[in-house]
Write a protein that binds this ligand. Sequence first.
Ligand SMILES: Cc1ncc(COP(=O)(O)O)c(C=O)c1O
Length: 446
Amino acid sequence: MSTKYEQIIKEIEVRMGDGRLKPGSRLPSVRAFSKELQCSINSVIKAYNELEKGHRIYSVPKSGYFLVGRNKTDGDIVQGLIDFCSAGPDPSKMPYRDYQHCMNQAIDLYKEEMFHYSEPLGLTSLRHQLSKQLQDLQVFTPPERICIVSGSQQALDLLVSLPFPNGKAEICVEQPTHFSFIESLSTRGLKAIGIEMTNSGIDLDHLEETFKEGNIKFFYTVSRFQNPTGYSYSNEEKRKIVELAQKYDVYIIEDDYMGDLDTRRKADPMFAYDPSGRIIYTKSFSKVLLPGLRLGLAVLPEALLESFTKAKFAADVHTPVLTQGALEIYLQSGMFMSHIDKLRKQYKKKGTILKQSYLQYLPPEAEFTGGDSGFYSTIKVPGRLKARHLVDHLKKKNVLVQDATNMYLPDYRKENRIRLSVSQVPDAKIKIGVEKIGKGIREIFV
Ligand SMILES: Cc1ncc(COP(=O)(O)O)c(C=O)c1O
């Protein structure tokens, strides 16, 4: 049996859900609400105070209480908008209150240490904690080889220009791939060799030929829930890729940014097949925790530890200490794992709805990839239709999707793919959105 103030909070949530209360709008005055709900003024005040503490509403002196507007563009609050573009975690599922608690705990526990200069590779105690935590992902490594980075993007960006022990110069990368990695290459004027990623993975013979003929320093791969295709390699494929890397003296950067969300209990990372040698394993806390924290890690081979440490120091001395201290407490307390358990179920459900919707609503000529976690997937638009035309057409129908053209290296560019993420799309809207996409494709497909 919930208390009166909890019932008031529920009522407000219902009104938010059905659109009677919109982001940024004013809540009923305390007096009016107490009259309407036939409860005491104190209960309404308590409910408003609780919501304010949770940063869901705010008060303006002499004006009243207002719903927090979502920190987005005007377009976002257009009625009925379905946004398959936004790829950050769902804001309503971000555990920032728990993290706030961990930040406070970190200050209480570590005091001024949280505000001093620290180690370039990160807090020793956090690295010990991560060494334990990574075992759940079949990554067995001592803390000494773990480097905390300011988002896994920082590790990728540093590794792109670092000399490697194999003395080779070229980079090989799946096509399409994570846009930020392409940015790291292009800002340094580096070219790379692309390997096409399709709905059935990559052509391993082609990969072997590239490793054999090229002067490949490393292969950058997103081994699960690839961005943008959503593809996850089987253990067999991962084992084979690692064998090729060993045979031709090529390093692998395994970007396991969402490994935590894998529900296939026997799925290993590539790292598990070569723990001490050629695999640089990176992990991010952006998609499964809070992207603004800029927290990630890299597990480095011994041979790269010294040069990477220097590069990390040169880039930003070290990652901010307070967020590291809080992460340690967040992991240690079990909050992280219980959060991940929830996320896994939520994304699995989203993925199932998405796949069913693709099968039901897309025209047979439109191929799709991925969808397992729902986080990323792509649709190949049929015929001579260009992705950007479909993007514009769907925008008019209040459906936002991303043109994937810039997720290719310039020499491998394809203009016929859109990327979708269901991360911020409510479950009930996924089907409606895909139906609109299917209809949109049929309307302009010639
Ligand atoms: C493939 C891939 N790796 C890593 C990340 C996360 O990077 P970071 O940890 O720098 O936020 C993303 C985010 O979109 C991604 O798509």
